[in-house]
Design a protein around this ligand. Sequence first.
Ligand code: AMP
Ligand code: MG
Length: 480
Amino acid sequence: MFAFTHSYQALPERCYARLGPVPVAAPRLVAFNHALADELGAAGAPDEAVLARWFGGNELPAGAAPMALAYAGHQFGHFVPQLGDGRALLLGEVAGPGGRRRDVQLKGSGRTPFSRGGDGRSALGPVLREYLVSEAMHALGIPTTRALAAVTTGEPVFRETALPGAVFTRVAASHIRVGTFQYFAAREDGEALRALADHAIARHYPAASAAEAPYLALLEAVVEAQAALVARWLGIGFIHGVMNTDNTAISGETIDYGPCAFMDAYDPATVFSSIDRHGRYAYANQPPIAQWNLARLAEALLPLVDEEPAAAVERVTPVVREFASRFERHWLAVMRAKLGLAAAEEGDAGLAQTLLDAMQAAGMDFTRTFRQLADAAAGAEAAGLEPLGTWLADWRARLARDPQAPAERAAAMRRANPAVIPRNYRVEEALAAAVEREDFGPFERLRGMLAQPYASDAAAEAFLAPPAAPDPGYRTFCGT
Ligand code: AMP
Ligand code: MG
């Protein structure tokens, strides 16, 4: 079914550990992404029992060569020289449409040499959260890893209480992280570092190989991809929650959905993760944190950039600094699209910021307000937008100078402003039904609604309305 290749195995053996998944008691397929399977050339997928054995880790699909990847990372600012796939296994790479290669990885498939104290397993709740939210992000048009399958194991995992266990199958452009480079840099393993950088260039940024300084060009490409990504996150109210360097993908995809959540009422200080006590990964901190993570990538790449450390620092510094202007440019493009502005004007950033300030002051829902602005752009009464006060008049005056016709503008705004997002209370409901009652109906229903987030669908919009009362105490937890 999958035509696996294994380019990662061309790297030195210390980049990974080869081992198989630990079989589970009673694998049962609870979700499968047929459309994605087709994209991966896996049309004519075998029956559910076989899929359950493959994606539960009880049987390997032909051609799979599982391995756990080595990586390090800064977690909440503290360097951990060895993390690695403690509960995940890369089965192999599969070519999709246009020859784009993608990793297929089991997560929750048992202990590995990188497990440290962990059990190598995942609980069903976090597996379903990653499934729902990563697919929602994809539908929203945000670069992200994808969800191929969720399999319950028939075994409990022990966290604070006993919970049903599950295995998640993730599809990613690759699993190379900032922390992967840090792992070899910390060991002063220049050979592996260079091999990894060459591999990342070939896989993600082939144009960099022709640059005058390929490793600097790699850094620049990753800086650009991350600036674009984080601007897109802010545009939909997404909070990753655990932006450690091991959760920062070189590809520029969103990766590692743990305590992530979407903001309801606009507040730049919003934090959901129970372990993020100081708000390090709050909504508005995400751009500077991404830049901080990229500075760690730059440090890891120093020996490849120039043999002379001071010269290397001099070359990478402006590239990392440039994150700020790249981010601003992407953010402004996102905000112009959200505001229905086709042409650029000097004051647009200020117009966007004034709106956000007014939304914050009035506690307005981020998603709904922008969707209402799209309705207002189509000529409807600006219902629900009264708290914006004089800003509305300023915006209309600005629109009058913009070349787009109102109907065209409203349609474009509806493609830039989702009608629905995975509201936290609905995600929790769906997870609870599955975990507590083995009822996957709410999960399926939510998954269906989130597949077309920009379409106007009254039922979906009512179901995924902003919460009646804000829940300032809403907390998310890491999947561990
Ligand atoms: P995460 O919080 O999922 O990004 O994981 C951070 C690190 O902890 C990675 O090295 C994971 O592989 C490892 N880890 C998380 N949960 C487990 C677990 N249950 N068993 C073993 N390792 C784990
Ligand atoms: Mg992680």
